[in-house]
Write a new protein. Structure first.
Length: 557
């Protein structure tokens, strides 16, 4: 094929390709805005940012269709104008005439590879950040639409909601007024672990204001809900006569709001994907589950030791926080139990009460007599601290002047970890995966995060590679069909060639979903990763076979 003829064909291919790619990208960008607009209620500036960030991604996804359209159009027009016949009469083979299309396909494939590996992940992350940048507006929109919004560890229900004007002194704080709210807290995130999908506590109020403090970095935001006439109720009562609810509860939280961006492979460039594939322990979900296990183990070990002390012959225990001092005095007939990581001390009916004292600067600040004391512990692994929460129930408080009866009196103090408890933070995911440190159902939480990450990473890499290869194969199909439809009806050739293109896209998406469909119960688990990867590539195999058949038929003519 001469250089003049090559550039004659390639120039037309490139022009039609660029026109089609720009048009399709614009249409797909506006189509992609429908879901964010209907679900998140974005404003005008956010819509403009979405259009800006979505154009590179939509251009990438439009590249194979645009290349397919360009080849069928150009080669179809050449066939209708008998230019193909003239080339054949000059001794140029059909295979040689597809050389410009092959170069176009190679150009499109290289462009797709760069965009999919670097530009698209970065812009997709920017799109998600725009969508979740105004958490308060998302909460209001979801409450107005469905009367509920989920945050992993807790769910907020409300009759209605509206925004509060921002406080200029707190630029990173947003506020939402909730009418008739109910907050349900869970023992663990229900979206990630079916074994702990159990409601823990319920908070209800006439009205509430939810304050969201945004983290400028990549950490979790915090929410504090200030309740009006609040009521707190547990899911279960530990004893028939125990009063565990609460009237006049002032607030819920502060609690961390898990990042709505999460760790999604579509946000990662190729180097990040390869790094996670080599070492899945770097994955955020794997690290979060491991950190949660470590914190739970540290708290459980301290609770076990504390329970052993409470069950010993001693009757008084002192806790020195470095500032205030706390002490608990247990009468001999009081009962000590431990359930679900919580220590419960209960005074005998008609017996002496439990005594709780608080000192500061060597001075006694508070003395409280209680019929029941609950002690729970949380571990702050990063700071090597143990956060001890003491809940006194049926209390008579003596603050130095008067005695005041209360249904409950909460106290919280921080203790430093001992060296051996602190050393638990060096545990790695391999320890929890390969040993019996945890119960099997708890171990599966980490195993699920591990397998789920690997499947997402590998299916994402294969999907991107399959998409790039499809760009090269589709132009051969388009050129072959365009030359075969000599009647001038080359739009029919395009319509026919779209079928394998759509088949390829559908199979790539189906393969990804298949590989990522990891069940949370991994007891009898057959990893779908290999099946998903096979589905991802089977579309390209079909297109390659079709291209070979079409080119072979043309060569025989």
């Amino acid at each position: 094929m001469s250089r003049t003829l090559f550039w004659y064909v390639f120039r037309d291919l490139l022009f039609i390709f660029l026109m089609a790619s720009g048009t399709l990208a614009g249409i797909m960008s506006f189509g992609g805005l429908l879901r964010p607009l209907t679900q998140n209620g974005l404003d005008g500036s956010q819509i403009l940012l979405l259009i800006r960030y979505s154009m590179p991604a939509m251009s990438t996804y439009s590249l194979p269709i645009a290349a397919l359209f360009a080849t069928t159009w150009v080669y179809g027009r050449m066939a209708a104008d008998n230019e193909i016949t003239a080339c054949r009469a000059s001794g140029i083979s059909f295979l040689a005439m597809t050389t410009p299309a092959m170069f176009l396909g190679l150009f499109v494939a290289m462009m797709s590879m760069y965009l999919l590996c670097f530009t698209v992940p970065k812009n997709t992350l920017k799109i998600e950040r725009v969508i979740v940048s105004n958490i308060a507006k998302i909460i209001v929109h979801q409450i107005e639409q469905t009367h509920e919004t989920h945050f992993g560890y807790f769910t907020v229900y409300a009759e209605s909601a509206h925004l509060v004007d921002p406080n200029p002194d707190k630029p990173n704080q947003q506020a939402v007024v909730l009418r008739g709210p109910m907050i349900v807290s869970f023992a663990a995130p229900p979206a990630r672990d079916k074994f702990f999908n159990v409601a823990k506590e319920f908070y209800m109020a006439r009205e509430a204001v939810a304050y969201i403090d945004e983290d400028p970095g990549e950490g979790s935001d915090q929410m504090t809900v200030v309740l009006s006439d609040g009521v707190k109720l547990p899911r279960r009562f530990a004893a028939p006569k125990a009063e565990q609810g609460g009237l006049g509860v002032a607030q819920f939280g502060p609690v961390d709001i898990p990042s709505r961006l999460g760790e999604k492979t579509k946000f990662m460039d190729i180097f990040q994907l390869k790094e996670l594939d080599r070492d899945p322990s770097r994955g955020r979900d794997v690290q979060n589950v491991t950190a949660q296990f470590i914190a739970e183990d540290q708290a459980a070990e301290f609770t076990r030791r504390l329970s052993a002390l409470f069950n010993s012959q001693e009757r008084e225990w002192n806790f020195d926080t470095g500032g205030d001092g706390y002490s608990i005095i247990r009468p001999p007939d009081a009962k000590v139990e431990i359930h679900g990581g919580m220590i419960t001390m209960t005074a005998a009916p008609g017996g002496k009460p439990l005594i709780f004292r608080q000192q500061s600067g060597g001075q006694l600040r508070l003395t409280a007599e209680s019929r029941s004391i609950e002690i729970s512990t949380d571990a702050d692994t990063d700071r090597d601290q143990l956060i001890v929460s003491v809940e006194l129930r049926d209390v008579l408080v003596d603050a130095g002047e008067t005695q005041t009866p209360k249904s409950e009196l909460p106290r919280k103090f921080v203790l430093p970890m001992t060296a051996d408890i602190s050393a638990m933070k060096t545990r790695t995911p391999d320890i929890y995966l390969g040993t019996a440190v945890r119960r099997e159902e708890q171990r599966q939480r980490l195993l699920f995060a591990w397998v789920d990450l690997i499947n997402h990473v590998r299916s994402e890499m294969h999907a991107r590679a399959a998409f790039v290869v499809s760009c090269l194969l589709l132009v051969l199909v388009g050129a072959s069909l365009g030359m075969m439809f000599r009647s001038g009806n080359f739009l029919t050739a395009f319509a026919v060639s779209v079928v394998p293109a759509m088949l390829s896209v559908v199979l790539i998406v189906t393969g990804q979903h298949t590989a990522e469909n990891v069940p949370k119960d991994l007891t009898a688990f057959n990893n779908p990763l290999n099946a998903g990867i096979s589905i991802i590539w089977v579309g390209n195999v079909i297109i390659a076979v079709g291209a070979i058949v079409l080119l072979t038929r043309l060569q025989r003519k």
